[in-house]
Design a protein around this ligand. Structure first.
Ligand code: BV8
Length: 225
């Protein structure tokens, strides 16, 4: 089967990376308008770099959990054709061994030059005055998609979801579009694996609730048998 798995912050929660909308989530500590919009970056680039420097450090100090490893196992088994579309900017899927991963909201470990569009591996700590390694203009930013910006690879993602036999959403509140709307494009079966029903739970043919480190390995085990 062709399977597309959409992951959100919930799959990385048990790795110690904050989610956004849970109790003590990131958006309860920071105003997303200050740290996850182009306007916020223009207003106070140092605050935005501090926000992403802290998340980059947290990500480097954490590691993939049983849910990430289960998805890597499913891909490696070649029992099905699996593509992971992730809203997450962490690199935990890759560190678990997954290869077919599309980061629709960019990557914490990548940097982007707002002046010339160059991309490179982000240093651990970024500062507003850092010159772009290509054009030398101090216009460097994390290579992540902020609110009001267009997510990456949407054409490829839409085609993959439309052609999938099974679309699975894991650990996402389905509050952010266009990611939350992908389930509408699925022509095959749909399954939600989450701690609790998401905003789009009723759009899925099946739903299972529990921590990702329990429900994802259980589901992968069924797909491999
Ligand atoms: C777009 C990257 C146009 C950075 C993120 C006004 C102006 C402009 C746009 C808009 C507007 N009004 C609305 C919009 C659209 C906007 C939007 O949806 N806003 C929301 C707030 C209403 N979207 C955009 O702006 C997008 N761009 O629309 O461009 C366009 C689109 C298509 C084509 C052409 C043009 C861009 C959105 C991307 C923003 N960037 N992240 C960063 O990470 O800092 S968003 C960020 O939050 C994540 O990437 C993710 O996508 C999003 C949602 O987070 P989740 O992953 O779902 O996490 P959350 O905390 O919400 O939920 C966690 C879930 O896990 C919960 O359900 C919980 O129960 C569960 N969970 C917790 N623990 C566990 C668990 N599950 C399992 N196990 C556990 N242990």
């Amino acid at each position: 089967m062709k399977i597309v798995v959409l992951t959100g912050a919930g799959i990385s929660a048990e790795s110690g990376l904050g989610t956004f909308r849970d109790v003590d989530g990131l958006w309860t500590k920071y105003d997303l308008n200050d740290v996850a919009t182009p306007e916020g970056f223009a207003r106070d680039p140092a605050l935005v770099h501090d926000f992403y420097n802290a998340r980059r450090r947290n990500c480097q100090e954490s590691g993939p959990n049983a849910a990430h490893h289960a998805l890597a196992r499913l891909e490696k088994s070649k029992a099905h054709v699996l593509t992971i579309v992730t809203q997450n900017v962490d690199d935990l899927h890759e560190r678990a061994g997954s290869q077919a991963v599309i980061h629709m909201h960019g990557q914490l470990m990548r940097a982007l030059c707002a002046a010339c569009g160059a991309r490179w591996d982000a240093p651990a700590v970024m500062h507003p005055a850092d010159p772009c390694p290509t054009c030398a203009v101090p216009a460097t930013r994390p290579d992540v998609v902020w609110f009001g910006e267009i997510p990456y690879a949407m054409d490829e993602i839409s085609a993959l979801v439309a052609a999938s036999d099974l679309f699975v959403a894991i650990g996402t509140s389905a509050e952010v579009y266009p990611a939350a709307g992908l389930v509408e494009m699925a022509q095959g079966e749909t399954l939600e694996l989450n701690l609790k029903p998401s905003a789009r739970a009723n759009s899925f043919g099946a739903r299972r609730f529990g921590p990702a480190t329990e429900v994802v390995p259980e589901w992968v085990g069924e797909m491999l048998n």
